[in-house]
Design a protein around this ligand. Sequence first.
Ligand SMILES: NC(=O)c1ccc[n+]([C@@H]2O[C@H](COP(=O)([O-])OP(=O)(O)OC[C@H]3O[C@@H](n4cnc5c(N)ncnc54)[C@H](O)[C@@H]3O)[C@@H](O)[C@H]2O)c1
Length: 249
Amino acid sequence: MQGKVAVVTGGARGIGRATVLALAKRGARVVVNDLHSMDEAQVVAREVEAAGSTALVQQADVADRGQMEGLFEAAVARFGRVDIVVANAARNVRKPLLELSVEDVEATWGVTQWGVFHACQLGARQMVAQGGGGSMVVVSSIHSFRPYSGASAYNGAKAAVNQMAKTWALELADHGIRVNVVEPGWTDTPGERGYFTEEELAAGGGLVPLGRLADPAEIARAVVFLASDEASYLTGAVLRADGGYHLRH
Ligand SMILES: NC(=O)c1ccc[n+]([C@@H]2O[C@H](COP(=O)([O-])OP(=O)(O)OC[C@H]3O[C@@H](n4cnc5c(N)ncnc54)[C@H](O)[C@@H]3O)[C@@H](O)[C@H]2O)c1
């Protein structure tokens, strides 16, 4: 990872933040993207610097093509190249089918599906332009295959990004670019804490065979493994990091 340049979307909080820190600890220079939590993004950047690496904070809405083009231009202007893309940011407007508006679905797909498309297409184009090689990791979800009631737009977007990632793995193999997917199970992040109380999260942990929710750092380790040269023969793979949740439910 030493000296490699990584772009992490939604890097200010949760799994994205943990991924930024894990990449930096291994020597990667990191572009920390976020849209909402820019104060937290600055804190993460300082933690990257404290780990002895370099960070560039770049505010952009992953759903906005122009802003994402600006993000990659800024990354290349600062670091000269992009070696790793982690497409992590997502949005989930949680409503049952009977209540969803078209705007709810578009907002969810904009971030969760188009955001992954923009990050990976722009990242791949940059990797090819610099001579090929590189690694992209899509942070999906166990809800790509297991329906979570009240989140059909999100579940559908996660299924779509899995299938897009596998297709890109096929298309980009000739360029030496690997594309893989991590499917987290229930993870204790600020996003989840916006929906559930401490008691509900603890009870949720009881549903997991390993007996607890994931720590974001545990998901980040799976992401960093796939992003690294240690995973040199893995492309189109789906790594499920869910404490065994899918075995029971
Ligand atoms: N937490 C879980 O239980 C869980 C389970 C399965 C999958 N995931 C997936 O893991 C990823 C990270 O989830 P998390 O729980 O860490 O989320 P989180 O809400 O804690 O953090 C997400 C980050 O993304 C940023 N973000 C949101 N919209 C953005 C946009 N349009 N552009 C740029 N940044 C944006 C947010 O500001 C935030 O910093 C997502 O893809 C999510 O679907 C999470």
